[in-house]
Design a protein around this ligand. Structure first.
Ligand code: MN
Length: 513
């Protein structure tokens, strides 16, 4: 296929956040190196193989990843498929790039052979990830391009397997990392191959009714702009959010395939400079259109567990229909699209509404509003690019007993995606805990000695009772006393098995004395 266009290095550099000369040099060099290494190889489609790593590099640049990650994305198949020696790669690109490529390579060598192998590969995936989350993000982008080119894969059962794996494993991981753009793209690329009949049915339904919601959106958008301007809100931009077809299918399943019950095939996003503007706009919107009861969700005050922040409301549009609106700031918008990837690089972004956002600690302040209040200008927390939340590390542990694969997969599907809260030590280390976790769980998660000597806790600078639930962004300080001892009551209060285990051990030890 000679009409296929390989992503050019200039395009990748253009999408890259950093314009630093060394970063540019690294990416250019990786591009040329990979192109040369893959020059004799072809994809299933007959296209030059290099098309694939070039796309992966481009996706990573678009997601705002750093130069080392983009370079590793360009080189990710050169060890495995082009026989490049790790030593050469290290000489040419340094240890960091080599480690990333080896991480991705390790994941790639695992082949699916039924559930047993599948879960093993998942475990290894997380084990590799636990060292550096950038490996997982490269893998997601690798899978994204492979999912987009599934139609060229000759064996139908292989197509189905890759598509199902993409839906069941990769898209949920992207979701858990807050990478909603990647999630939707993974799902929509895999859906037609994983569930062809359902795909056709959904598409048909959408084709019949899609234009109706488009017209509605256009009209509401016009009215909204006028209403906001009249109320003095002039700085904002709007965009249409089209629901992914897989996500629509999942919703239709829950609504008995009644498209009238799905209000958000199209949604109107309104992006403002500040959080205060979002709340003002909500008032203006509700004064003009009647809101649908029960559809107002304030994810700014109460972010989703993956960090998502926006205000959602659905309003009756007066033509028998309804439309969802999503109000957010520019930084919340970027965060919502790229999730954790937007935190891994220290970057500056000049947004359309003219509000600049600084990297570094700034993401934490947006992600966890209370951080700003309670921590203020203290030193930066120890956080290096690629550092990993604890819940991923937990997943990397070996399953305990043999034949636990099924159970492991269950754990993965439930625990992995169940709700977590992220809280901070006074020094700024992030500790993640299940939802409703208490200061007791926090103390034991940091260290068993800290738990065993705990006499009280401060959350965001205020003394709290030990059974109070922790919330995203809380800064938790454990107060210790040499004479303090765990009690039976603590055991009842604690939510994590780790805390309970330590408390039981301490109680037993006390009894023996
Ligand atoms: Mn690949």
């Amino acid at each position: 296929m000679e009409n296929v266009k390989i992503c050019e290095v200039a395009t990748i550099l253009g999408a890259m956040v950093s314009k630093d000369a060394r970063d540019v040099e690294l990416v250019k060099k990786a591009y040329e190196f990979s192109k040369e290494a893959h020059k004799d190889q072809k994809r299933f489609s007959g296209d030059p193989y290099f098309l694939h790593p070039a796309e992966v590099g481009y996706s990573l640049a678009t997601a705002g990843m750093d130069a080392a990650t983009i370079a590793a994305g360009l080189l990710h198949d050169t060890i495995e498929d082009a026989g490049v020696k790790p030593q050469i790669m290290e000489e040419q690109f340094g240890k960091e790039v080599l480690t990333l490529v080896e991480g991705v390579t390790k994941l790639g060598t695992l082949r699916y052979r039924g559930l047993e192998r599948h879960t093993e590969s998942l475990r290894k995936l997380f084990a590799a990830t636990a060292k550096d989350i950038r490996v997982l993000i490269i893998k997601l982008m690798d899978r994204l391009h492979n999912a987009r080119t599934l139609s060229a894969v000759p064996r139908p059962e292989k197509r189905t397997r890759i598509a199902l794996e993409t839906l069941e494993i990769y898209a949920p991981i992207a979701d858990r990392l807050g990478m909603s753009l990647a999630k939707q793209e993974l799902e929509d690329a895999a859906f037609p191959f994983a569930h062809p009949e359902e795909f056709k049915k959904t598409k048909e339904l959408l084709r019949e009714r899609g234009s109706e919601s488009e017209k509605r959106l256009e009209k509401v958008e016009k009215d909204l702009k006028r209403e906001l301007a009249e109320a003095g809100l002039r700085v904002f931009r709007t965009e249409a959010r089209i629901k992914g077809i897989y996500s629509l299918f999942r919703k239709l399943e829950r609504k008995n395939w009644d498209l009238d019950k799905v209000y958000d095939i199209l949604a109107l996003r309104v992006i403002f400079p500040s959080v205060a503007d979002c709340y003002s706009a909500l008032g203006i919107i509700h004064a003009h259109w009647r809101p649908v009861p029960g559809k107002i969700k304030d994810y700014i005050a109460f972010p989703k567990p993956n960090g998502y922040q926006s205000i959602h409301t659905t309003v009756y549009t007066g033509d028998g229909g309804a439309l969802e609106m999503q109000l957010r700031t520019e930084s919340q918008h970027r965060e919502a699209q790229f999730g954790i990837a937007s935190h891994l690089t220290y970057k500056e972004v000049q947004s359309g509404t003219g509000q600049g956002t600084r990297g570094g600690l700034e993401w934490m302040r947006q992600f966890f509003p209370s951080w700003r209040r309670t921590v203020g200008k203290t030193e930066e927390p120890a956080r290096t690019p690629g550092s990993v939340p604890g819940w991923i590390k937990e997943l990397a542990h070996e399953p305990r007993e043999g034949g636990a694969s099924e159970q492991y997969l269950d754990t993965l599907r439930s625990d992995f995606f169940s709700h977590r809260v992220f809280v901070f030590t006074p020094k700024g280390d992030v500790i993640d805990l299940p939802i409703n976790a208490t200061p007791i769980d926090f103390a034991y998660a940091v260290h068993s000695d800290l738990g065993n000597k705990m006499s009280g806790a401060r959350v965001n600078g205020k003394m709290v009772s030990l059974d109070s639930g922790l919330r995203n962004g809380d800064v938790v300080e454990v107060i210790t006393k040499p004479s303090a001892r765990p009690s039976r009551k603590w055991h009842d209060i604690a939510k994590t098995s780790m805390a309970k285990k330590h408390i039981r051990a301490a109680l037993t030890a006390q009894q023996k004395k």
